[in-house]
Design a protein around this ligand. Structure first.
Ligand code: FPP
Length: 245
């Protein structure tokens, strides 16, 4: 998509967000509007993932974090949960060679222990295969919940204080960040939410403190390269002050 732009329209590298996080909302509605099952909407959503990964790579985005399954999503009908948790398997079966060709490194954030063994195995295999790639890092947020992530971090810090490894007066933001699933990742520069809702749904609450938000009414399966380009273009115009003037 960026290759098609005239040079004067292309984003300068310093305007490209290093880390983009996306809440991929609207799969269910996309399917229901077509008389299809919600699961079909999630399957269609995979195609958008493939396209966005490619666009993000082309734009030299360094990190892309996709909210694929939240800790609250277990409340959905069993068959829908099963479909979503099988999608990483199908996605990787079809697209791992493409991720390799595009030099993408796969990473997961969230508590993957309760996920089915087939999901964990597919992820483990792909993470291992892509570990030496140094292009875009693709982070799947699976069984991820921000509040739970923070509670777990606080428990670990409490243990460290109790064991005398850390003093309460030293404890700072960096310590907490290091105990989150996102340890080692930069905070997102841009958050995109598709599907028309304007909420965070327990996604990266700590990490989004200074992130720029971009909301779209477009349902995730319809989210196009042009929509992604619009988000990046809008980001390029933002003035980030981080609380300063
Ligand atoms: C939100 O739409 C979407 C999800 C809860 C699941 C998103 C998952 C994928 C797109 C696939 C994940 C695949 C991989 C490879 C990690 P919704 O169902 O809430 O839509 P609605 O708001 O229209 O009901």
């Amino acid at each position: 998509m960026f290759q098609q732009k005239k040079p004067e329209q292309a984003l300068r590298v310093e305007e490209v967000p290093s880390h983009i996080a996306i809440i991929m909302d609207g799969n269910g509605r996309w399917a229901e509007k077509r008389g299809m099952s919600r699961s079909e909407g999630h399957k269609k959503g995979i195609e958008t993932i493939v396209q966005v990964v490619e666009s993000a790579s082309e734009a030299s985005v360094e990190q892309l974090t996709l909210y694929a399954f939240s800790t609250e999503n277990w409340k959905r009908p069993k068959s829908e949960v099963e479909t979503i948790l099988r999608l990483p398997v199908e996605f990787l079966k079809t697209y791992l060679p493409r991720l390799m060709a595009e030099n993408v490194r796969l990473h997961v954030i969230g508590d993957i222990r309760p996920l089915p063994v087939y999901t964990r195995q597919a992820l483990k295999y792909a993470i291992d295969r892509t570990k030496n790639n140094d292009g875009l890092q693709l982070n799947f947020a699976l069984n991820y919940g921000s509040r739970n992530e923070m509670v777990e971090a606080v428990k670990e810090l409490y243990r460290e204080v109790q064991e005398g490894k850390l003093s309460l007066s030293e404890l700072n933001e960096e310590h907490l960040s290091k105990h989150l699933y996102t340890s080692g990742l930069e905070d997102p520069d841009l958050l995109i939410r598709t599907g028309g809702e304007k909420r965070l749904s327990n996604f990266l609450l700590w990490q989004l403190a200074y992130t720029e938000f971009w909301f779209s009414d477009v349902l995730w399966p319809d989210f196009s390269n042009q929509d992604f380009a619009s988000a990046l273009e809008d980001f390029g115009k933002r003035k980030r002050r981080y609380g300063a003037v």
